[in-house]
Ligand binder design. Structure first.
Ligand code: PEP
Length: 256
């Protein structure tokens, strides 16, 4: 973390977990458990059907509600899809874009990621853009190349002003939901690389200001060490965001 230049953001990704009633209870518990965090922003990205309850439950707290996905078109014949304006009207502030599970199971591409980022920004939502390598890519020594390409394609046509609203999450695919966390050195190395890619595209000031999160089996035990790395500005947290106590400990680690 480097609080002098950028915001630390701890974001939960509930994935396909929790009904609307369960969301209400979990957010009430998280609200009590996280208390008045001073140094970091807290975001909970929840399933579409939970959003209305989540926004209500998070009222009068510093917890912002996010969505886990959205469509890039404003409206139209896209059965089963949700637009950025629909999310905005419900009180959503953030949206995860290009999570590896979306890329893997729902055929999202770098191009749809780019279109979604633009649509989210246009609606006034802050995109949390996920990038990350597979184990094969890491073992082949092409992690940095792959991530640079994902970022360049995701940000094609995004202005410097728009970049200020974007959060990037480095999520090595081999670490998501596997219990296998990247070492703090690996997380730092790739988050620093992401900042270098941003510097080459947008210059040093914006690179210094952008929040780069780490995601991949972050938990109450390993959070402090990961967050102590200078280029790791927060976390995108799956499993551990479903337990109020564990999530609160991660938030606490970000406040040290
Ligand atoms: C995620 O879903 O983005 C994630 C990092 O999951 P987990 O923390 O469970 O690995």
């Amino acid at each position: 973390m480097n609080r002098r230049y950028r915001k630390t953001i701890i974001a939960g990704n509930w994935k396909m977990n929790k009904t609307p009633a369960e969301a209400k209870t979990l957010i009430a518990d998280i609200k009590t458990a996280v208390g008045k965090q001073k140094w970091c922003d807290v975001v909970l990205c929840v399933p579409f059907v939970d959003i209305a309850n989540a926004v209500k439950a998070a009222k009068d707290s510093r917890i912002a509600i996010g969505a886990e996905n959205m469509h890039f078109e404003k409206s139209g014949a896209f059965t089963g899809e949700i637009s950025a304006d629909m999310l905005k009207e419900l009180g959503v502030k953030y949206v995860i874009i290009g999570h590896s599970e979306r890329r893997q199971y729902f055929a999202e591409t770098d191009n749809t990621v780019n279109l979604k980022i633009k649509a989210a920004l246009e609606a006034g939502l802050r995109p949390i853009v996920c990038v990350g390598e597979t184990l094969e890519q890491r073992e082949a020594g092409i992690t940095e190349e792959h991530i640079a390409m994902q970022i360049k394609l995701a940000l094609a046509g995004i202005t410097a002003e728009q970049l200020r609203k974007i959060v990037i999450a480095y999520e090595p695919i081999w670490a998501i939901g596997t219990g296998k966390t990247a070492t703090s050195e690996q997380a730092q190395e790739v988050c620093a690389h992401i900042r270098t890619v941003i510097r080459n595209l947008y210059g040093a000031r914006l690179a210094r200001a952008i929040t780069v999160q780490y995601g991949g089996s972050m938990n109450a035990k390993n959070a402090a060490e990961l967050l102590a790395q200078p280029d790791v500005d927060g976390g995108l947290i799956g499993g551990a965001s479903l337990k109020a106590g564990d999530f609160a400990l991660i938030v606490e680690a970000a406040n040290q």
